[in-house]
Ligand binder design. Sequence first.
Ligand SMILES: [Zn+2]
Length: 128
Amino acid sequence: MVTAENTTAPDTSNRTFVKEVAAAIRMNGLEQIQEDYIRYDYEKGEIVGACAIGQAAVNLGGIFREQPDYLERQLNQVVLENHPLNYWECPRESCGGRQHLGQLITHLNDYHFWTFEEIADWLDSISE
Ligand SMILES: [Zn+2]
């Protein structure tokens, strides 16, 4: 039985959620940016750039598109059957960082400049 305070019960639906987010990050079309979820071009009247979370939020639509930070917070809750902790070690070699999943995606995007494809590949690898 897992009793540590930084763990929650694994939810099998989370694997599907992570895979959906990975697929939504792969749906390209936006320039990848750092330090913000979404870049809106007011002259063009459209979204022109996004970080990995922002791109996933735009492609998933609905509440996530309206509030990309909500998507990050939802991802921060994720635990998986094979990973019953709600934090993850940064997959970048020798980084050593540990963060909740949503924060880690932002970290990979903003600090390690991982591409959408690399982030989506990693999400797929943890949700096999
Ligand atoms: Zn890192």
